[in-house]
Every structure is written in structure tokens, then in C-alpha cells.
Design a protein around this ligand. Structure first.
Ligand SMILES: *[C@@H]1O[C@H](CO)[C@@H](O)[C@H](O)[C@H]1NC(C)=O
Length: 350
């Protein structure tokens, strides 16, 4: 009898351990929040008066229900895919969406805005939401979260959440074509963007965030639109832009440990978006891509946003294209990128 009870107890305690362990591995974060540009924006721009929108066909051609949602791609984006892989939910709802459920709020929302940058001025050109506005929206979000779960639970959720930040491409692509280039060298401009990036992390830390993933710049010199603007008949990537992106990335990667130690209790992880993307562009055949320098939409040379629409011809098989429009990757690329994030960045969080 005693032996049976002992065995039963052993069995009970070991199964309890199994459940709590598997629950912990399932849900690494209580919630994930996204801040940045069109690579992350799942539809916030649909709710603000900007022309930088993708809520029309042929965007969303492979999205569930073949629905254009404002995502600048044929299907889902990294925030959707990462939320799914980390067992939170299938999508990443835009905070500006009018009918968010309590559960949407509790497991994290998306503040990204296509066309935006770290710098306010970048976003002013496209009338989109810069990082400063996105961080302010997070304050509004906090009020809603506290109303639903109370102050104490809200703090716990934020503390155990992940803040995912990816921006800067629009700042630099505008910089190359602005008068600022004459007044400020690229190194100085990189430093000014890095100051804004650091200030944004600090502000989110002061609002309770502890775990951050900061993406470096992708090789934006390889986007079809930048290649087209460079005028190269061979359609090679724009070297100058890629070199500048890498220089910015090394500065960012270097300053993060210092930032982390200045924000007590924080964990700040660098995401090498440049490498993630170059792995694909450098080995397209390995991943089944046959077209790397043109988008699937129209000629693929310059169509983006409103210029990629229902009247634009579209490629037959988007799965063989790296780019869906002249700037944005296809869902297949985002899936590969998500795997890269899961392998390289996520394990660095406890
Ligand atoms: C589309 O492209 C993908 C990736 O190259 C390939 O695996 C698939 O077979 C293609 N589908 C069709 C219908 O050609």
C-alpha cells in the first residue's frame, strides 16, 4: 500500500514537472510587441491618412482567405510567423485595428508603420508613424492592458514580453536622396540614427520592457527599387548602400552590450538581418528561388504600394521570387528569416 502511494506520488510529481516544463518551452514570452517599418507592419497604415498602404490586391494573394490586409507581401510577415512559432497566436494584430479582443491585447500587438523610420522627418515625408509615435502608442496600449488585467499582472506581462524593433532602412534610403547628405556625412548620420534607436529602447525600458531584440539593417542595396534607381544595366546590388548598412550594423552591435548594462535587468539581443538576407541572396538555388532582382508585381523594377495594384500584371509563381514588390520580400523569404531568428536570436533569451 505504502509502496503504491509512493509510486503514485512519484508519478504525479514527475508529470507535474513535465507539464510545467513543456509550458515554459511553449511560451517563451508572455507577449511580443513589434516596432518598425513595412517589414513588420501588419496593417496599422490602413488606419492613418497615408498613401503608403498595401490593403489592395495583389497584396495578400497567399494570405489565408486570399485577403489584402495591409501587409506588404503576398502572405504573412515575420511578426505573424514568429508569434505562431512561439505559440502566442497565428497573427500579429495592428494596434490601430478597431476591434481588438482582450486576448489580442494580452498576448501583444504591433505598432509598426510602413514607410516610417527612426527619425520623425523620414515618416513626415510619407505621413506615417515614426518610432516616437509608436512608443507613444505603446503608452496608450499599457492603459488598455491595465484596464483588462490590472496593474500587477500588466507589469508582469510587459516584463516577460519581447520587444522586437526593426527600422532604419527608410531613414537611409531617404538620406541618400536628400539635401542632408551634403551637410552630414554618412558616419555622422548613422550615429544620429543610433542615438534615436537607443533612446527608444530606454523609453520602452522605463515603461517596463526588459527583453529586446534589435534588428540591424538588411542589405537594402539589393532591393529591386534601389538597383533600378542606380541605373546599373547588369542589375547588381548597390555596393555603397550595402557597405553603409554593414557599417551601421557593426556600430549597433557594438553599442548594445553597453546599453544593456546601463539598463539594469535588461537583455538586448542583436539580430543580424543582413546575414539572414544575404544567406538567401547568396544561395538562391538552395532555397528554390530563381528571381532575385525583380519583384513579382508588374515589371518588378519599381512597383510598390499604390503602383502595385489590381491592374498590374503579376508573376505566375511567387514562390520562386525573393521579392514580391520592388522592395518587399515574399512570404517564403519571411519564413526562412523567421527560422533564422528562432535559431540565432531567440535562444539568447532565458
Ligand atoms: C513554384 O516555385 C517553387 C519554388 O521554386 C517550386 O517548388 C514550385 O514547384 C513552383 N510551382 C509551380 C506551380 O511551378
Amino acid at each position: 500500500m505504502a509502496r503504491t502511494i509512493l509510486l503514485l506520488l512519484l508519478f504525479l510529481s514527475s508529470s507535474t514537472t513535465t507539464i510545467s516544463t513543456s509550458k515554459r518551452t511553449q511560451q517563451k514570452f508572455s507577449a511580443i510587441f513589434y516596432f518598425g517599418d513595412s517589414v513588420l507592419d501588419t496593417g496599422n497604415n490602413n488606419y492613418i491618412p497615408t498613401l503608403a498602404v498595401a490593403n489592395h490586391v495583389p497584396y495578400g494573394r497567399s494570405f489565408p482567405g486570399r485577403r489584402p490586409t495591409g501587409r506588404f507581401s503576398n502572405g504573412r510577415l515575420v511578426p505573424d510567423l514568429l508569434n505562431e512559432k512561439l505559440q502566442l497566436k497565428e497573427f500579429s494584430p495592428p494596434f490601430l485595428e478597431t476591434e481588438l479582443s482582450n486576448n489580442d491585447i494580452i498576448t501583444g500587438v504591433n505598432f509598426a508603420s510602413a514607410g516610417s523610420g527612426f527619425e520623425d522627418k523620414t515618416s513626415r515625408l510619407s505621413n506615417t508613424m515614426p518610432m516616437s509615435t509608436q512608443v507613444n502608442l505603446f503608452k496608450e496600449y499599457l492603459l488598455r492592458l491595465r484596464n483588462i488585467v490590472g496593474d500587477k499582472e500588466a507589469s508582469r506581462i510587459i516584463e516577460n514580453s519581447l520587444m522586437f524593433i526593426s527600422s532604419g532602412t527608410n531613414d537611409f534610403t531617404h538620406y541618400y536622396r536628400s539635401l542632408k547628405k551634403k551637410k552630414m556625412g554618412i558616419g555622422e548620420y548613422q550615429d544620429s540614427i543610433l542615438r534615436i534607436a537607443q533612446a527608444s529602447v530606454k523609453e520602452l525600458f522605463n515603461l517596463g520592457g526588459r527583453q529586446f531584440c534589435l534588428a540591424g539593417l538588411p542589405p537594402f542595396g539589393c532591393t529591386p527599387i534601389q538597383i533600378t534607381l542606380s541605373g546599373d544595366p547588369d542589375r547588381a546590388c548597390v555596393d555603397e548602400q550595402n557597405r553603409d548598412a554593414q557599417a551601421y550594423n557593426s556600430k549597433l552591435e557594438k553599442l548594445l552590450p553597453t546599453l544593456q548594462s546601463s539598463l539594469h535587468g535588461s537583455k538586448i539581443v542583436y539580430l543580424d538581418a543582413y546575414e539572414a538576407f544575404m544567406e538567401i541572396l547568396g544561395n538562391p538555388a538552395k532555397y528554390g528561388f530563381t528571381e532575385t532582382t525583380r519583384g513579382c508585381c508588374g515589371t518588378g523594377l519599381r512597383e510598390i504600394g499604390l503602383f502595385c495594384n489590381g491592374l498590374t500584371p503579376i508573376c505566375r509563381n511567387e514562390s520562386s521570387f525573393v521579392f514580391y514588390d520592388a522592395v518587399h520580400p515574399t512570404e517564403r523569404v519571411y519564413r526562412i528569416t523567421t527560422d533564422f531568428i528562432l535559431k540565432n536570436a531567440i535562444p539568447q533569451f532565458n
